[in-house]
Design a protein around this ligand. Structure first.
Ligand code: SF4
Ligand code: SF4
Length: 129
């Protein structure tokens, strides 16, 4: 077993890094074509009705009442005193949607986006504000 373990140290990993920024260039070009309508892509998984993916925040509608902070079980929401607006740290979010339900002006929603993996906990892609 030891020789096999040592040999493994010099081999390339069999898996690919997952976060979006590691997608090979050829795939990135393909996704750009999809966005511009030149190519089409079937979603890998159809999300079920009322799926709870990445939070969407309609900042301009927010009245700064802080109710979402009070119900969030994982303390994923920060209140920005200077702006009277919120900031959501997705790395802490458990996607329970309680903040959506309590918001009096319905400015928080759960989207269908679920490809959120990143190597940085505080990466801009994991912060909603
Ligand atoms: S979905 Fe749940 S865990 Fe995530 S920010 Fe809202 S209340 Fe907090
Ligand atoms: S509950 Fe809604 S309106 Fe109140 S602070 Fe949170 S996002 Fe803004």
């Amino acid at each position: 077993m030891l020789p096999q373990l040592l040999a493994q140290l010099f081999k390339k990993p069999f898996t690919n890094k997952h976060p979006r920024k590691y997608i090979p260039f050829s795939s990135t070009t393909f996704f750009k074509d999809v966005r511009s309508g030149k190519a089409t892509m079937a979603p890998p998984i159809k999300t079920p009705e009322r799926f709870r993916g990445k939070i969407v925040y309609e900042k301009e509608k927010c009245i700064g009442c802080k109710l979402c902070l009070k119900v969030c079980p994982s303390e994923a929401i920060l209140f920005k005193d200077d702006e009277k607006k919120i900031k959501v740290y997705l790395a802490r979010c458990t996607f329970c949607a309680q903040c959506n339900d309590v918001c009096p002006v319905s400015c928080l929603h759960m989207s269908e986006e679920f490809l959120l993996a990143d190597t940085e906990k505080y990466s801009p892609s994991l912060i909603v504000e």
